[in-house]
Design a binder for this molecule. Structure first.
Ligand SMILES: Cc1cc2nc3c(=O)[nH]c(=O)nc-3n(C[C@H](O)[C@H](O)[C@H](O)COP(=O)(O)OP(=O)(O)OC[C@H]3O[C@@H](n4cnc5c(N)ncnc54)[C@H](O)[C@@H]3O)c2cc1C
Length: 450
């Protein structure tokens, strides 16, 4: 049986007929299936399973009139857990999940925000196309595509947002806009990195890449000498051809010994080329186990659509980006793990094609770094993690919102360099002057200090 911390409201939220038709409220048989997310239990007064932009506009208007908290949910996999609430309205986009190939030759596709990335990958595969998104098929399109998208082919294909050609959004006033490089270009810039602050994204157009089979290696390393291992792994990743992207998870194994598991992808199916490209990364440390296989890309991230009931106990996470895994940086990361302040530390390689995009092109402005770092712990471990993270902070340069649960001014400043933050704040006052979309790294008002 699933654990539930918060009690649902006892009175039934009155709703206009059009919303009542698609609302799930406490007492409805489906309520327990939709109230929670992957990391958080919730007790919303209504989860509105929106069918189109008109439902979204009606729900926005109703939340405003009834002065209820409003939350947007696509996949419900947000690490911050902000896609549910207590006593408010959840706009659930999961019914808006169509994936459409608009032009197979050029790779132009339209993807609705409620789709899961695993389903997107599976539906593009028969066309020989793919979008590098993340490593988890259940992650929703809307949350990831409004923030960045560090995927298993990032070093070859860049971030997910680098492939975005247009976005459709319902703004705070209920209007539907389609933004691209020629229409509302400021909004299009802001959506690609700070999207949650500007509206409800309903669909995106992306330029997908021709992708067939890839070669993936799942490697378990003895990471006992954690800092030395990280330094070697980092150097090998940076030196590897762009076809290679590696994601590393560090944990303390049985007996207190740190182990690292890497998922390393060579975006290509030629085994000899892959062997050469992968070898230095796979020999970064003593290998306890290694399995390499040729696979269609989409099989690396199946969408399970498993029920969400706050099953992830590591609900406090810190994010940072780094240019290089220097010895001092690696030592500071090692101490976060070894001191037991974070049961899980992850590193994802960025760099390569991610850094081909100018830092001014998107609100996600981090285009010099080679690694994204995340450390996660349980709520009672927060203070200890923060103590070690503070020591690590001088080695970091930037922050990726999708891996951060803190919401202070420091996080905003780390996520957005000063000029980017200034521009975002001005745009916020243009597109969301009444701060309707403020529950996910809210941008301050233009007249407040930042
Ligand atoms: C197991 C796991 C693995 C992950 N791996 C990666 C990875 O490899 N690479 C990576 O880049 N990220 C990764 N992530 C992070 C992931 O990208 C973010 O957590 C993302 O926000 C999840 O998207 P979602 O739609 O499922 O989120 P939800 O929980 O539905 O939403 C999270 C927040 O995003 C905003 N949002 C959601 N949908 C919309 C929308 N349509 N319009 C406007 N705002 C919206 C809202 O503020 C919402 O509160 C991972 C997350 C998990 C849980």
């Amino acid at each position: 049986m699933h654990t539930i911390d918060s009690s649902p409201p006892t009175s039934r939220l009155p709703l206009p007929d059009s919303l009542a038709a698609v609302a799930i409220r406490p007492g409805d048989s489906d309520y327990d299936n939709v109230r929670h997310t992957y990391t958080r239990t919730g007790s919303p007064a209504a989860v509105i399973s929106v069918r189109d932009h008109e439902d979204i506009a009606a729900a926005l208007a109703h939340a405003r009139t009834a002065q209820l908290p409003l939350t947007v949910r696509s996949g419900g996999h947000g690490i911050s857990g902000r896609s549910t609430n207590d006593g408010g309205i959840v706009l659930d986009l999961s019914e808006l999940s169509a994936v459409q190939v608009l032009d197979a030759r050029s790779g132009l596709v339209r993807v609705e925000a409620g789709a899961r990335w695993g389903d997107v990958a599976a539906q593009l595969a028969p066309h020989g196309l793919a979008l590098s998104s993340g490593d988890t098929g259940d992650v929703g399109v809307g949350g990831l595509a409004t923030t960045g998208g560090i995927g298993l082919m990032s070093r070859l294909h860049g971030l997910t947002i680098d492939h975005m050609r247009a976005a459709e959004l319902v703004l705070a006033d209920g209007s539907l806009v389609r933004t691209d490089a020629a229409h509302d270009p400021d909004l299009f810039w802001a959506v690609r990195g700070a999207g949650a602050n500007f509206g409800v994204a309903t669909a995106f157009e992306f330029q997908a890449e021709p992708v067939g089979d890839v070669i993936a290696a799942v490697t378990t390393f003895d990471a006992g000498d954690t800092a030395a291992f990280l330094t070697r792994w980092g150097a090998a990743v940076e030196a590897a051809p762009r076809t290679v992207t590696s994601f590393l998870t560090l944990m303390v194994g049985p007996g207190g010994q740190p182990v690292a598991q890497a998922m390393t992808v060579h975006a290509g199916a030629d085994t000899e080329t892959a062997r050469k490209a992968l070898a230095p990364v796979l020999s970064a440390g003593p290998v306890l186990r290694n399995q390499a296989f040729v696979t269609p890309y989409h099989q690396l991230l199946p969408a399970t659509h498993a029920a969400q009931y706050a099953q992830q106990p590591l609900t406090v996470s810190r994010s940072g980006l780094l240019e290089h895994l220097t010895e001092p940086a690696a030592a500071a990361i090692a101490s976060v793990l070894v001191a037991g302040s974070a049961p899980m530390v992850q590193l994802r390689s960025v760099g390569g094609a991610v850094n081909d995009t100018p830092s001014t092109a998107t609100a996600y402005a981090h285009r010099t770094q080679n690694f994204s770092l995340m450390a996660a712990t349980v709520p009672t471990g927060r203070r200890n993690l923060d103590r070690y993270w503070e020591r690590l902070h001088p080695h970091l340069n930037g922050l990726y919102l999708s891996f951060e649960t803190g919401t202070g001014r420091q996080q905003l400043q780390d996520a957005f360099p000063r000029a980017v933050l200034d521009r975002l704040v001005l745009l916020k006052s243009r597109y969301d002057p009444h701060h309707v979309f403020d529950n996910n790294f809210a941008l301050p008002s233009a007249d407040l200090p930042r």
